[in-house]
Design a protein around this ligand. Structure first.
Ligand SMILES: Cc1ncc(COP(=O)(O)O)c(C=O)c1O
Length: 404
């Protein structure tokens, strides 16, 4: 095990879990990563020192206000945004419904919205719901052979001048990544408001919202070492005009206009702790943003190294079919596969007995699974890599799959 990964693992108390005397190996990151002590402690600190509602005259309430503000600044650094462009919510799905309901108010019957068949249902369902108002929904298809978005078909559909374009940055099922900057620029060129689901991309690569033509971007802290909190970035110029559904006394300014009810304060404080923990991996001086970029690059390098070994070995196993592009293409270290003789649930159950935690199913990428003809067969097995995974764990996993 490299010193880098050994040092990282010391931060994660949950990695001590044993199954029948063997250390558990967590390959379930795309469904939610493990959490470092710094995040657990930050959440406890919130409860011990600042637990109150916002905007009161007394100490714990003032602390809560300050902590939420600091968390917005930290998330802003993570995304390359400004603090007032960062809103929090229960999770990505709930925020995206709030966004679609609000944007839907700007549309008229006959207007079009473009979504993709690659996406998690959380970036499809909220837009499909607009069909009830007479909005036409266009669906960009997948390239079935490679399990990636059919980008040329997507670009052709832009000729219909959709008012909103909702697209994922990376597939949570097979890891493929489209040429998003190009797709977003073309969407903006035809006048669309652009919405990006970055939930699966966020744990793996640095992000800069100002470097792309993106108006709204969503992610979820529990996918990058944080607690269960949803995050919405809204580009100021568009966010300011967003007609959200809100209570009368709720603040109208951004980002508050989309934040209904009392937020998950302890989770938000844990979210900033997760981002600061990522930044700490860089072990270098500089701005938070510079540290985050360096850390995310280091995470990506580690994950890519493990992924290349995993992909190559599985590609050589006769019973295994791999989905999505290989390591040479832009992708996350998330590998979808099927076994010729065992259903995904059987594979996951057999591996679970050996302490190897992988996901099986459709992961809510339901349309993609149907398009790949996998829905009736139990979907895919999904191996996800995180910075705390080791080469030894990967070798153990490969041996166990071979032994099936
Ligand atoms: C790509 C992608 N988008 C959206 C979601 C939904 O996120 P949340 O659970 O925060 O609603 C997930 C969750 O797995 C996801 O992987």
């Amino acid at each position: 095990m490299s010193d880098w990964v050994a040092a990282i693992r010391r931060h994660f108390p949950s990695l001590g879990l044993q199954i029948k005397g063997e250390a558990a190996a967590f390959f379930d990151g795309p469904g939610g990563t493990q959490v470092p002590s710094a995040v657990i402690e930050a959440m406890a600190t919130y409860f011990q020192e600042a637990n109150a509602n916002t905007h009161g005259a007394f100490l714990t309430s003032r602390r809560t206000d300050e902590m939420l503000q600091e968390a917005r600044s930290t998330v802003a650094a993570f995304l390359g945004a400004a603090p007032h462009e960062i809103a929090f919510g229960a999770n990505m799905t709930t925020l995206n419904y709030a966004l679609s309901r609000a944007l839907g108010r700007l549309l008229s019957p006959g207007d079009t919205v473009l979504i993709t068949d690659m996406d998690h249902e959380a970036n499809r369902g909220p837009w499909l719901a607009l069909a009830e108002k007479g909005i036409r929904i266009l669906r960009a298809p997948i390239d079935r052979q490679r399990a990636i978005l059919h980008e040329e078909a997507f670009l052709r559909l832009l000729e219909e001048r959709p008012r909103i374009v909702a697209v994922g940055w990376a597939s949570n099922a097979v890891g493929s990544i489209p040429d998003l900057p190009r797709l977003l620029q073309r969407a903006r060129d035809v006048g669309a408001i652009t919405v990006v689901d970055a939930v699966h991309y966020a744990p793996h690569y640095p992000m800069d919202v100002k470097a792309m033509a993106v108006d709204f971007l969503l992610c979820s802290a529990y996918k990058f070492f944080g607690p269960h909190v949803g995050i919405l970035y809204g580009r100021e110029e568009v966010f300011r005009e967003l007609p959200t559904y809100k209570l009368l006394p709720q603040e109208d300014a951004i980002p508050y206009r989309i934040e209904t009810g009392t937020l998950n304060h302890e989770g938000i404080w844990g979210t900033q702790a997760a981002i600061r923990w990522i930044a700490s991996l860089a072990q270098k001086e500089g701005s938070l943003r510079a540290q985050l970029e360096a850390s995310m690059e280091a995470i990506a390098r580690h994950e890519e190294e493990l992924f290349a070994v995993l992909w190559k070995a599985l590609a050589q196993m006769a019973d295994i079919t791999l989905y999505g592009p290989g390591p040479e293409a832009p992708r996350t270290p998330t590998l979808g596969f099927t076994h010729a003789r065992h259903s995904p649930r059987e594979v996951a159950s057999r591996l679970a007995e050996k302490g190897l935690f992988i996901w099986d199913g459709d992961f809510y990428a339901t349309t993609l699974m149907a398009e790949l003809g996998l829905q009736e067969r139990g979907g895919l097995c999904r191996i996800g890599l995180a910075p705390y995974n080791t080469m030894e764990e990967v070798e153990r996993l490969l041996q166990a799959i071979e032994d099936l």
